[in-house]
Design a protein around this ligand. Structure first.
Ligand code: BGP
Length: 482
């Protein structure tokens, strides 16, 4: 059977990892601007690597050695987006996921009116996308809350941030809603538990008594904000759609020992918590019990339950990179995972960064999600970070990346053939980009190579890799020719 007509093919970017121009065009500092490149950080330490104190932030903001802060530079998408969009169009993209940097529109998050230079940038970006036949899918929050909000009150821990986010979102809907009809509220909203600062702007980990309480307080405020802007979008643009986004981390029990199976069940319950709230409209009772057992209380206020219930998302999106394996046994060998730790699966190969490559896991994830929610799905991130080599002729031969996508597309199509309603696919990332967890560009994802190293040296020249031409053929055949 294969993929339906109208299936959307493309790629995904994030403002904080692509735009650069961190202090241009009226943009204010975001939490991503203090992400320092530290060579040879053990992937298992990335989560710690992303924690900051007031002192470390002050030091980073006083440090003008931009080579150490790759996300301030990105891949200069802010200035080169027309060239990049033309390359995406050459591959035949019908969708491109990008994010809007909150602090480019509201530099501190608290201004009453938006920064018009920021509005103009995104207006031109979306207009150019539409001109090229590329449908924007826009993330409102992708790992870059304004730094000022983090410094002021730990950003999302403070309930007042909801109203500020509503103001920012209303500006986005009013100014871009005629060009953008696919929206996403929070990138990997579950990620706040793994990296509180990057996702939630949380600096003082004791602010709510415990870090876990701070994370779930902030997460609840994000849930409320997401439901509120979903309601707002539907009032302003009834035909537009709001999605939620999950880090899909399908987890296998390390053995058939019942304790391993029970541990995996508990882990998956917390994995689905965010989508249960945003797509199902309520916190599951067992998840609340599990949190209360750990002393975590969700700070409901009047109206929250009804808002979540009455304004679920229209579709569910997710990132998919790997599957995990869970064991209750301490001796289980832990894989050098990225920001998530798991037990090494002996049946799966891993990337240099410890991400276990599992195409069948994508089919399992698609079927699990569709079985659970019955809502349209969208893969908004999937890809393989690898070190690519440039040949003397300036070519990049990346058969490993083609193999990765070919095997994942085959399983994706099998899930659709079983009946999953999948609306589209966006690779992460269609062009080499700054890694969120490691701040490296040498962990290359793109079909397009960028001449830039981890310290920012290089011409920034874009080159088509072998996989560029392969992906173009896949899109032209709507997945029939892999
Ligand atoms: C996801 C993020 C993306 C991107 C991706 C790849 O969690 O939503 O922004 O960063 O991971 O991971 P990394 O960049 O750490 O290699």
């Amino acid at each position: 059977m294969g993929l339906p007509d109208g299936f959307l093919w493309g790629g995904a970017l994030a403002a904080n990892q692509a735009e650069g121009a961190w202090n241009e065009g009226g943009r204010g500092p975001a939490v991503s601007d203090v992400a320092k490149y530290r060579p040879n950080v053990d992937p298992r330490e990335y989560a710690v690597h992303h924690r900051h104190t007031l002192e470390s932030i002050a030091a980073a903001m006083a440090d003008d050695d931009i080579s150490l802060y790759p996300k301030r530079r990105g891949i200069d998408f802010y200035h080169r987006y027309r060239e990049d969009l033309a390359l995406f169009a050459e591959m035949g993209f019908t969708v491109l996921r990008v994010s809007i940097a909150w602090s480019r529109l509201y530099p501190t998050g608290e201004e009453l009116e938006p920064n018009e230079e920021g509005v103009a940038f995104y207006l031109d970006l979306f207009t150019e996308m539409r001109r090229l036949g590329i449908r924007p899918l826009v993330t409102l929050s992708h790992y870059d809350p304004p730094l000022a909000l983090a410094l002021k009150n730990n950003a999302w821990v403070d309930r007042g941030t909801i109203a500020l986010f509503e103001r920012f979102s209303r500006t986005c809907f009013e100014r871009f809603g005629h060009l953008v009809d696919l929206w996403l509220s929070f990138n990997e909203i579950d990620g706040i538990i793994r990296h509180p600062f990057t996702s939630g702007g949380i600096i003082d980990e004791t602010v709510e008594g415990s870090l876990e309480q701070a994370c779930y307080t902030a997460l609840h405020h994000q849930f409320v904000a997401s439901a509120s802007v979903t309601k707002m979008l539907h009032e302003l643009w009834p035909a537009s759609e709001m999605g939620c986004m999950l880090t899909m981390l399908t987890t296998y029990p390390n053995t058939c020992h019942p304790d391993d199976v029970a541990a995996t069940q508990a882990k998956e319950r917390m994995l689905y918590l965010c989508t249960d709230v945003q797509a199902g409209g309520a916190y599951p009772r067992l998840a609340l019990n599990a949190l209360e057992a750990r002393g975590v209380v969700i700070p409901f206020e009047d109206g929250d339950v009804e808002l979540l219930r009455d304004h679920p998302v229209d579709y569910i999106s997710f990132s998919y990179y790997m599957t995990l394996t869970e064991s209750v046994r301490p001796d289980a060998e832990r894989t050098p995972g990225n920001t998530v730790l798991g037990v090494k699966n002996p049946f799966l190969a891993s990337s240099e960064w410890g991400w276990q490559i599992d195409p069948v896991g994508l089919r399992i994830s698609l079927i699990d999600l569709y079985d659970r929610y019955g809502k349209p799905l969208f893969i908004v991130e999937n890809g393989l970070g690898m070190r690519d080599e440039l040949t003397d002729e300036g070519r990049i031969h990346d058969p490993y990346r083609i193999d990765y996508f070919r095997s994942h597309f085959a399983e994706m199509i099998r899930a659709v053939d079983e009946g999953v309603d999948l609306r589209g696919y966006a690779s992460w990332a269609p062009i080499d980009i700054i890694s969120a967890s490691s701040s490296q560009i040498s962990k290359r994802y793109g079909f397009i190579h960028v001449d830039q190293d981890d310290l920012g040296n290089g011409t920034g020249e874009r080159r088509r890799k072998d996989s560029f031409f392969w992906y173009r053929k896949v899109i032209a055949s709507n997945g029939a020719d892999l």
